[in-house]
Design a protein around this ligand. Structure first.
Ligand code: PRX
Length: 630
């Protein structure tokens, strides 16, 4: 396909600007991967360190329980940290951090190793052993990264709970993971205010029986309750001889668990997606290397939160595996003014910025002048993730932030996939709003109800036909749900839960979720969680949540509520219910609007028909109502 034959609006890359990228022609990498798929991944795996080499690249003897690099021994932390300390990179900055209040910290690879070792020794002194689960509940501060790496170094499994979640969400995740230790910050700065993380954790801990110790990191400095015999200050322990700066590294199997991360699915409670050391490492390393073309002089900034998969793969593991310098910022993009981000790009000489459409749209609202005041000439690549990006936001990002030079990598992927799946490469022609094509070697497709590929431009289910190294291995403690949720609709095929179409040029256009997941500001929430938070309020008998389109947030939550008999609607009730959801689940799960109703449309088997509710709220035709109760 010649460049000039592409249809629609196309932005071509400039090699004068890109210099010598890792790859200048997608076809080359694709041909290699298609000719020998496992050989392709093995070639990239060989760029990393393995204590014992693998016997098999891919073990597909028991699908969908695929295994990668079986027989190999490694540890992702060795490749993220120790490996670099043995080279000239030891004094290179691994992490630059700015707090919302302007505090600044930086860590070289050498310092990173020292701090991770000290932290790991503290965890060991608290009795954490290989395979134990540790929950982390903090804002965007360096200790979150250190804590994740400290767990992985000793073979413990980390479970990061996003700092924007609240009591019930944290409680549920502590309980389900049976975490032995909770690492929490006293608080987090957000928009100039303090989120009282320790206070929220105390409430969640009242009902979390397995947690033996709570390690408290001081960030905001407000007084917090410290429970004797359970709670310990991190900085106190860091000063003790037990926090020695040498800590042996646990050599683990490639398939040993690295972390679990809770995410929302179609039904019921959030599920813990399980990722492993070996395959995940190879996937995160390789995709970041090519897609953001990581070079030694880069200063890379992924503005996501480590509490979500984007932060795991592309703030923590991917950048460190590539030996790059990562920047992390604690607070809100518009605090104290809407130029905060542009100021930091200028100050630190950021070369790559990776963020979400909701942030771009939010900043775009303030006009061009805030960004134009700043020298953004260090930027060379931009990225987008989390939800479809509308072409207007894409073009604004390209023109005002990228100054018409920086290619935008619109990366489609999921908590489950662990790594970029549909993504441009910097050498590709780009179409605003499209993520381009599957990463080389991935066999992806768009199919209809019968599992047959759809025609160009037709909408269908987005699927993956072949396994990939960073894929989830299972749902923690629930292998049946893993099979049922992802692999049973079409046998042997991975269901993403998204719908998409593909144009005549083979470019993918992701449309959105086809299940009961709502993406609010790029955050993934399940209708079931929001509904159960509502129903836990004494006034509520039944609830249904739907997503409605919103200019900045992508979607907002609209809830329908049936009150218990005898409860009267009053002026404050809507606010009270929103507050209740905020307390249980977290501010991100608060419905924007609540509508009190007498009944909800249901199928004969009693399932709420959210499709009908959504159509009604949008004034659209609800479609086929044959399965409706009455
Ligand atoms: O619907 C897709 C959307 O985000 C979902 C995955 O959410 P989560 O597991 O929280 O991971 C988000 C960050 C990787 C997908 O099923 N999504 C993610 N990236 C894109 C996207 N939709 C459109 N374009 C994207 N680039």
């Amino acid at each position: 396909m010649g460049e000039n034959t592409l249809t629609g609006e196309v932005f071509y890359p400039s090699f004068d600007f890109l210099g010598e990228p890792h790859i200048r022609d997608r076809a080359e990498l694709t041909a290699e991967a298609e000719k020998d798929y496992t050989g392709f991944w093995a070639r990239h795996a060989e760029e990393l360190h393995w204590f014992t080499p693998w016997e098999k690249v891919l073990d597909d003897s028991n699908p969908p329980f695929y295994k990668w690099f079986t027989g190999a021994k490694t540890n992702i932390v060795y490749n993220c940290v120790d490996r670099h300390v043995l080279t000239a990179r030891r004094n290179k900055l691994a992490l630059i951090w700015e707090g919302e209040d302007g505090e600044f910290r930086s860590l070289s690879y050498f310092a990173l190793k020292r701090e991770v070792c000290k932290f790991a020794n503290i965890l060991k002194s608290l009795g954490v052993e290989k395979g134990d689960r540790v929950t982390l509940y903090m804002g965007r501060i360096p200790e979150l990264v250190l804590g994740m790496l400290a767990c992985a170094r000793i073979g413990a499994v980390h479970s990061v709970v996003y700092g924007g979640f609240s009591v019930e969400a944290l409680h549920e995740r502590l309980e389900d993971s049976k975490s032995k230790v909770l690492i929490v910050a006293d608080g987090a700065f957000q928009r100039g205010k303090i989120v009282p993380l320790k206070e929220i954790a105390d409430e969640a801990l009242q009902r979390a029986a397995t947690v033996q110790s709570v390690l408290v990191v001081r960030r905001t400095g407000q007084p917090v309750n410290m429970e004797q015999g359970r709670d310990l200050w991190y900085h106190d322990l860091m000063r003790l001889p037990i926090a020695s700066s040498s800590c042996s590294l646990e050599i683990v199997d490639a398939e040993d668990p690295l972390f679990m991360l809770y995410t929302s699915g179609t039904t019921g409670r959030p599920k813990a997606i399980l990722h492993t050391h070996g395959g995940y490492m190879v996937g995160a390393y390789t995709t970041l290397k090519y897609v953001f073309d990581i070079q030694d002089q880069d200063r890379y900034w992924c503005a996501a939160d480590p509490g979500w998969i984007t932060g795991h793969s592309y703030i923590v593991y991917g950048p460190l595996l590539n030996g790059t310098t990562s920047f992390m910022y604690e607070g809100a993009p518009t605090f104290p003014y809407p130029n905060r981000w542009w100021q930091m790009i200028e100050r630190y000489g950021i070369t790559i910025l990776y963020t979400a459409p909701t942030a771009i749209r939010g900043l775009m609202r303030f006009g061009d002048a805030w960004a134009e005041r700043h020298d953004l000439s260090t930027l060379r690549l931009l990225g987008s993730v989390g939800e479809p990006i509308n072409p207007e936001a894409w073009k604004w990002y390209h023109r005002v932030i990228g100054r018409d030079r920086c290619p935008i990598m619109d990366t489609w992927w999921q908590t489950e996939t662990g790594m970029f799946m549909i993504t441009p490469l910097p050498c590709d022609p780009l179409k605003p709003g499209s993520g381009g094509k599957p990463f080389p070697g991935l066999d992806m497709d768009i199919v209809n109800e019968e599992g047959q590929p759809v025609a160009p431009d037709e909408e269908g289910y987005l699927i993956v036909r072949n396994p990939w190294p960073a894929m989830l291995r299972t749902i923690y403690k629930n292998p049946d749900r893993y099979v049922e949720q992802y692999w049973s609709r079409f046998p042997g095929v991975y269901m993403t839960g998204d719908s998409a179409r593909r144009d005549a040029d083979g470019y993918y256009w992701v449309i959105g979720r086809v299940d009961d997941v709502i993406k609010v500001s790029g955050y993934r929430l399940g209708t079931a969680e929001i509904e159960s938070a509502l129903v836990s309020h004494p006034a509520v008998s039944e609830a249904a949540a739907i997503g409605l389109p919103h200019e900045v947030k992508g979607n907002i939550i609209h809830a329908f509520v049936i009150l218990k008999t005898g409860v009267e609607v009053h002026d404050q009730l809507e606010e009270e219910l929103k507050r209740h959801v905020g307390h249980e689940m977290g501010p991100i799960a608060k419905p924007q609007t609540i509508e009190f109703v007498e009944s909800l449309p249901k199928t004969r088997s009693g399932k709420i028909m959210r499709r009908v509710l959504r159509a009604r709220a949008l004034g659209e035709d609800p479609g086929n109502l044959a399965t409706m109760e009455d």
